[in-house]
Ligand binder design. Structure first.
Ligand code: FE2
Ligand code: FE2
Length: 286
C-alpha cells in the first residue's frame, strides 16, 4: 500500500473512481455499529466501539486486498459530530478508500429508551455532511450507486422522488454492471417488527430497477442479520451489525444472543459477477 498523507486522504473523500490491476474489486461492508461517545458503552452485553474496531481489524488482517470500505448506516446511536470524527479518523488510518451513508439513527435520536417503544420520543436531526447521498463510484467496469434512505425523525426508510429521479437518470446513462447500496432493507425479512421499518416506497424502487437489467445487486444494513435473496434478477444482501444481532423470523422484537458481530465481503469481478459472503467476529468483546 503506497503511503498517503492525511491531506491526500481528506481530498479523496468521497472517492469517485477506484481501479485495480487485476480487474476485481473487493468491498468490505461494515454496518450498524451504533457508536456512542462513551467508548465503554455496551448494548446487550456487546461493546459497540470495541466490536466495530475488532470487525475492521479482523477483516483487514485477512489475506485479501480491500479496495473499498463501505459503511451502510446507523454509524452512531446518538447524533454527535465528534463520534463521526472518530469514525473517519479510524477509516483514514487504514489508507483505504471509504464511503459512508446514513441510517435512521444518524438522523433520529431515540429518547426515553427505558419506556415502551410507543412511548418513546424521536428527535429529527440533519445528517452529518460526510454521509453520502446520490453519490456514484466507478469501480473498474462496475458502478456503485449510494443512496440515503433515512428519514429524519423516523425509523423506517424511503428512497424518495429525488433519489428515484437520480437513479433513473444514472441507470439510463450507464451500461456497466451496477450495485446499489442504501441503509434500509428493500425486501421483507418475514419479521413483522422490522418489516414495519422497511423502505416504505420499496415497490417504486423495484418498478424502476426492473427496467434496467444492468443492476446486479442491492446491499443494505438496518436488519442486523445475514440475508441473501434475489428479486427481478438482482442479488439482494443484508449484513450483520458490527455489534448486536436481531433474531431472524421473529414477529416481535428479539435479539439473537447466539449470533456474533460480523461483516460482509463483496468481490465484483471483471466478468460482471459478484461473489459475496459474511464473516463473523471470532472473539467478540463484552
Ligand atoms: Fe441498526
Ligand atoms: Fe437502522
Amino acid at each position: 500500500m503506497p503511503n498517503r498523507s492525511d491531506s491526500d486522504l481528506k481530498r479523496q473523500y468521497p472517492p469517485t473512481a477506484i481501479h485495480t490491476a487485476d480487474g476485481n474489486i473487493n468491498i468490505l461492508q461494515l454496518t450498524d455499529p451504533h457508536l456512542y461517545w462513551d467508548t465503554t458503552t455496551s448494548t446487550a452485553g456487546i461493546n459497540n466501539h470495541q466490536n466495530f474496531v475488532a470487525c475492521l481489524n479482523q477483516a483487514l488482517n485477512e489475506d485479501r486486498r480491500c479496495d473499498l470500505i463501505l459503511l451502510t448506516g446507523d454509524l452512531v446511536n446518538e447524533v454527535n459530530t465528534q463520534i463521526y470524527d472518530r469514525i473517519f479518523e479510524l477509516l483514514q488510518q487504514t489508507g483505504i478508500p471509504h464511503a459512508c451513508i446514513a441510517g435512521n439513527h444518524d438522523v433520529t435520536d431515540e429518547l426515553n429508551t427505558h419506556l415502551a417503544f410507543e412511548q418513546r420520543q424521536f428527535v429529527a436531526h440533519t445528517a452529518d455532511p460526510r454521509l453520502l447521498s446520490r453519490h456514484s463510484i466507478q469501480l473498474n467496469n462496475w458502478e456503485l450507486l449510494l443512496l440515503d434512505s433515512s428519514v429524519p425523525g423516523k425509523i423506517y426508510g424511503a428512497v424518495g422522488n429525488k433519489n428515484l429521479q437520480w437513479l433513473r437518470q444514472k441507470l439510463a446513462n450507464c451500461h456497466n454492471p451496477v450495485m446499489i447500496a442504501m441503509h434500509h432493507h428493500l425486501l421483507p425479512m418475514h419479521s413483522a417488527w422490522i418489516d414495519a421499518h422497511i423502505t416504505q416506497d420499496a415497490s417504486d424502487f423495484w418498478a424502476l430497477i426492473k427496467q434496467f437489467p444492468q443492476v446486479k445487486a442491492v446491499l443494505s444494513g438496518h436488519v442486523h442479520q445475514d440475508y441473501e435473496s434475489s428479486q427481478s434478477g438482482v442479488n439482494v444482501y443484508t449484513t450483520p451489525s458490527t455489534c448486536y444481532q436481531f433474531k431472524p423470523n421473529e414477529d416481535d422484537f428479539a435479539l439473537d444472543p447466539d449470533a456474533s458481530p460480523g461483516y460482509r465481503w463483496l468481490t465484483l469481478t471483471i466478468e460482471g459477477e459478484i461473489n459475496s459472503w459474511v464473516t463473523r467476529l471470532t472473539k467478540p468483546t463484552n
